[in-house]
Design a binder for this molecule. Structure first.
Ligand SMILES: [Mn+2]
Length: 534
């Protein structure tokens, strides 16, 4: 019988130890969910939400229009007033005015949230709400819901920032009304700042430890505040976002949204939401646990004042609105922070049907995207420019040296790190550059493919070539798809004379894979060549 020499035993033991150590090292890096660490001090005394504070029963209406988050319908005689309010506010302000400023809402949290305990020693929040020509009832319902549903010991103040509104009801009437409310301050800007700079003005003037940013047409729901504050009180580098429930812009119905979603993006910088994966769902401790998220939705979040300042708040070189949530989200993750959606914290938000005011700068979003890309995205900015070619045309996007300096000073990680460690299961890293971006023209007729602004599911159009790209601009992708914005040209059936549609790109090629020659665009599908356009 062969026997191992002592030298050999020694070597085998060393190998086994090495394997165990390596296993635990990698397990600590990637294994399990990342939990927030609970320090002993904050854990010392914990309370149920109902122990903190129970709002007076009499405060809320129970049977009025819209109570319980129920819909309120416009009757046909009032149609004119409704349409007018859409033009002025972007939603059915006329219906909003009929609903109590203290209406009740359905409790949309997972039910375990009621039994979760929170530290009695949480940091205090200052809620910053900026507005520009907001309707009276939507603005005041936002303010009232915060006052009514926040434990007083946790709410330092509400700071309203008026971004140069010119509506009468936001002038002396508002001053008078607010003078009767405790904890509410109003700052008025003397020029139009835009959402980004107005939020910075608000955040720079708070007295609490935590900034909570809300839109001016929200309703915070039961128990919303402690779950947002606790993770930040435990670790100031954590940023928390409530789950954003939807308030219908027409009927003001309050609807629950999914609890376990993460924010992310595609390479056109369209904001996307993705459910957690089945494996992540199985790995959860319980339904109340936070969900780590690569990108915030935008309007609503809570952050430590000190961490927000350290990150340079927002980029002051950005214009009006758009792209700011990418800048902040990338910065949070790349510069030592983390961001989570909190299933137990629910805030309703009215998604507008239309934007009721005009932008002073029409290409604000492009400028902002360009700044985010140049400062934060390293070589991956080229992927964004490839999928959104209009960004390459932005020549003037201001000075970014301050922002790149900030990134260096904070020793932030690379965008590659962010993609591989934070956004790895929501953003595809399998990318191929497009073959071209141009119009698709038939030289003999001078007609071009044209989406005519139509939506997925509708027919593709053809019209005279105008050469301005726009609805005639198509990306010819590395997979041979013809893409406009997010949509692909799609041939459902490979028969001559079949209609050609606009559909969401499915990435599986087959009926979206188009071949192109100088004189023809054709599909090779189900073993058939099919000439399509010329
Ligand atoms: Mn909004």
């Amino acid at each position: 019988m062969a026997r191992l020499s002592p030298k050999c035993v020694c070597r085998n033991v060393a190998i086994i130890v090495f394997i165990i150590v390596t296993y635990f090292y990698f397990w600590s890096l990637f294994g399990g969910e990342n939990h927030i660490e609970y320090s002993e001090d904050v854990k010392a005394k914990t309370l149920l939400i109902s122990d903190f504070w129970v709002p007076e029963k009499g405060l809320f209406n129970v049977m009025g229009p819209g109570d319980g988050g129920r819909p309120v319908y416009t009757n046909p005689r009032e149609e004119q007033l409704k349409q007018q309010s859409y033009i002025e506010y972007g939603f059915n302000q006329y219906i909003s005015d009929k609903i109590s400023l203290n209406r009740t809402l359905p409790d949309t949290r997972p039910k375990e949230c009621k039994y979760r305990r929170y530290s009695a020693k949480l940091l205090k929040a200052s809620v910053v709400i900026i507005f520009h020509n907001e309707g009276w009832s939507t603005l005041m319902r936002t303010v009232n819901s915060v006052l009514n549903r926040s434990p007083p010991s946790m709410l330092k103040e509400i700071v309203l920032v008026d971004d140069f509104s010119n509506k009468d009801h936001l002038k002396s009437r508002l001053d008078l009304h607010l003078s009767n409310l405790q904890k509410v301050r109003l700052i008025r800007s003397k020029e139009r700042l835009g959402l980004i700079r107005a939020r910075m003005l608000g955040a720079s003037n708070i007295q609490g430890d935590i900034v909570i940013v809300l839109d001016s047409h929200c309703e915070v729901n039961q128990g919303w505040l402690p779950p947002l504050l606790q993770p930040i009180s435990l670790d100031e580098h954590v940023v928390t976002c409530p789950i954003i429930d939807s308030i219908d812009h027409n009927t003001f119905t309050y609807r629950a949204m999914g609890s376990y979603i993460r924010g992310t993006f595609n390479w056109r910088f369209d904001y996307k939401e993705r459910e957690i994966t089945p494996e992540q769902r199985r790995a959860r401790r319980d339904t109340t646990q936070e969900v780590w998220s690569p990108v915030m939705a935008g309007g609503l979040f809570a952050i430590s004042k000190r961490f927000f300042d350290k990150l340079g708040q927002y980029d002051p070189g950005m214009e009006v609105w758009g792209g700011e949530q990418y800048e902040l989200s990338f910065k949070i993750w790349m510069c030592g922070g983390k961001m989570a959606n909190i299933p137990c914290s629910r805030v309703g938000h009215v998604y507008r049907r239309n934007v009721p005011y005009s932008y002073p700068k029409p290409n604000a979003v492009s400028v902002n995207f360009r700044r985010v890309a140049e400062v934060w995205m390293d070589e991956y900015k080229l992927w964004l420019y490839d999928r959104r070619p209009s960004l390459k045309l932005v020549k003037e996007f201001g000075d970014i040296s301050q922002r790149t300096f900030l990134r260096k000073k904070l020793k932030c990680k690379t965008f590659k790190w962010y993609l591989e460690n934070v956004a790895n299961d929501t953003v595809s890293l399998d990318y191929g550059f497009s073959r071209s971006y141009s119009q698709v023209r038939n030289p003999s007729t001078n007609l071009c493919l044209d989406t005519m602004g139509r939506l997925p599911g509708q027919l593709l159009g053809i019209s005279y070539c105008h050469g301005l790209l726009g609805n005639q601009g198509f990306i010819y992708s590395h997979k041979r798809e013809l893409i406009h914005d997010e949509d692909c040209i799609n041939i459902p059936k490979p028969h001559v004379g079949e209609a050609v549609f606009i559909e969401r790109c499915h990435g599986r090629l087959t009926n979206q894979e188009l071949f192109y020659t100088e004189v023809n665009v054709y599909i090779f599908f189900c073993w058939r060549y099919l000439s399509i356009f010329f």
